[in-house]
Design a protein around this ligand. Structure first.
Ligand code: 0L1
Ligand code: MG
Length: 259
């Protein structure tokens, strides 16, 4: 008998709603492929949508060379961000709603035009982009100790949990997004830093890759979509009481309080 993708999606959904870390699914199903994992991610999305949640953004993950090397993978991954995951700039992350959150600083894109793969380039992305803005992402793997294979993390909707978008919208025209400096502060102390180039050489390449990956299943990115392009800093553990701020050169700041 084949693997029951729906049952695995329900298992991961329960782990998220019950805030309980679980054993990675590939311990049970070592034969699970990344393709299977995207099918599980789709089932998980269907469960959330059936409960009334809406997809409001997409994300790319594992977009830095360091993270790809660490995971021994050659390709980043993509996931979906839902309405219940958004926190307003300056708002509150309720720690008890999550399992063991970690924070990343990112650049988000808002598209002004559709993008359809399979051969979208970073230059085309920049032409199609209306705005870029600073973003914070909290990843919260549903797996014990953040230990997983590529298939596990894809099935787990790429550890998506909460995200914050900055309030300043900037046209990408004339900006070198690869050279944008980023610092991630916790309680006023710099805990991570980097530049836009940490994301596949240029964050626009991340959006291009997403459009090209979606083309494999006959999907495209649409005008108005928001895409978080991937962590520029490493993911840092947060605790209740932390004030988290990401500062992005020319793009502005975005912050959130952990309670
Ligand atoms: O957003 C990301 O780059 C993370 C993807 C999943 C890996 C993790 O949970 O750290
Ligand atoms: Mg991320």
């Amino acid at each position: 008998m084949g693997i029951d993708f729906r049952e695995i999606a329900q298992f991961l959904h329960r782990a998220e709603t019950e805030k309980r870390a679980v054993e990675r699914i590939t311990a049970r199903y070592p034969e699970l492929t990344v393709e299977d994992a995207y099918r599980i991610q789709e089932e998980l999305a269907a469960i959330k949508q059936a409960q009334g949640h809406r997809v409001i953004a997409r994300k790319m993950g594992l977009t830095s060379k360091a993270k790809m090397k660490q995971m021994n993978v050659e390709e980043p991954i993509h996931g979906l961000l839902f309405d219940y995951m958004v926190i307003e700039d300056g708002g509150v992350l309720v720690y008890d709603e999550l399992i063991h959150p970690r924070v990343e600083a990112e650049i988000a894109f808002v598209l002004g035009e559709d993008l359809e793969g399979p051969a979208v380039t970073g230059a085309q992305v920049l032409k199609a982009t209306q705005y870029v803005l600073p973003a914070i992402e909290f990843v919260d793997s549903r797996y014990e100790n953040f230990r997983f294979t590529l298939a596990d993390v894809v099935a787990d909707n790429t550890s998506s949990s909460r995200f914050v978008l900055g309030s300043k919208l900037t046209s990408p025209e004339g900006l070198d997004l690869d050279l944008i400096g980023v610092t991630l502060h916790i309680n006023g102390e710099i805990k991570g830093l980097g530049a836009g180039a940490a994301v596949l050489g240029h964050p626009a390449n991340s959006v291009a890759m997403l459009a090209n990956m979606l083309a494999r299943k006959g999907e495209r990115l649409r005008a108005g979509e928001v895409v978080l392009t991937g962590g520029i800093t490493e993911a840092i553990v947060v605790e209740p009481g932390d004030v988290v701020t990401a500062k992005l050169d020319q793009l502005g700041d975005v912050s959130v309080v952990v309670k």
